[in-house]
Design a protein around this ligand. Structure first.
Ligand code: AMP
Length: 216
């Protein structure tokens, strides 16, 4: 069973890489951001709380996020392993995750830190969008669809942009990363599971480097 954490600031490529690994290795992507966006779309109490927090670029409470992950990893599709994308985001979440895995007799294989140049992130994040039908990811400047307005993968003409992918919220999300998430890195370094990968390399190269870590 493979258990991998992808760490890195917004726009580092966690989601893109997690989706590729999910397809290649049959290990499921667990994106807490996607789970919260689904809750927002459903109009649940959790979704109402999450919307305000996400729009402000802040973090949801640790206890709520830990409970969400704890329930999610019990699902049968996690039996082969999973890639955590967006969790843990604080030291308390990292410790809770260890305790949770420990109780199940499991442990993290590796934590991959996608290292990126912060200057590039605001532009990377504020230009991104996705196909509304199949979820394929695009970018206004770096990865536009081959034919403008038409999804390369499924031919749909509808696209969506995340509400929190605007320059102002991205800056708040970067501060949250710097202040609350980056302090997890030494925690994992001390445990000997942290591996750094150059997130500025091209997408295929980043995938190759993560695969090397997974198979190593
Ligand atoms: P993401 O899609 O990973 O960029 O997450 C989008 C937003 O969801 C974040 O900016 C946070 O507001 C919230 N969020 C996602 N995962 C977590 C988490 N593990 N802890 C706290 N807040 C989270």
């Amino acid at each position: 069973m493979r258990i991998l954490v992808l760490l890195g600031p917004p726009g580092a490529g966690k989601g893109t890489q997690a989706k590729r690994l999910e397809r290649a290795y049959g290990i499921v992507q667990l994106s807490t951001g996607d789970m919260l966006r689904a809750a927002v779309a459903s109009g649940s109490d959790l979704g109402r709380e999450a919307k305000d927090v996400m729009d402000a670029g802040k973090l949801m409470p640790d206890a709520i996020m830990t409970e969400i992950i704890s329930d999610r990893i019990e699902q049968p599709d996690c039996a082969n392993g999973f890639i955590l994308d967006g969790f843990p985001r604080t030291r308390a979440q990292a410790e809770a995750l260890d305790a949770l895995l420990d109780r199940k007799g499991l442990a993290l294989d590796k934590v991959v830190e996608l290292k990126v140049d912060e200057q590039a992130l605001v532009e990377r994040v504020s230009g991104r969008f996705a196909c509304a039908k199949c979820g394929a990811g695009y970018h206004d400047k770096f990865q536009p669809p081959k034919q403008a307005g038409i999804c390369d993968v499924c031919g749909s003409t509808e696209f969506i942009r995340r509400a929190d992918d605007n320059a102002e919220t991205v800056r708040a999300r970067l501060s949250a990363y710097r202040e609350q998430t980056a302090p997890i890195l030494p925690y994992y370094r001390d445990k000997g599971v942290l591996v750094e990968v150059d997130g500025m390399a091209d997408i295929d190269e980043v995938t190759r480097q993560i695969e090397h870590v997974l198979n190593g």
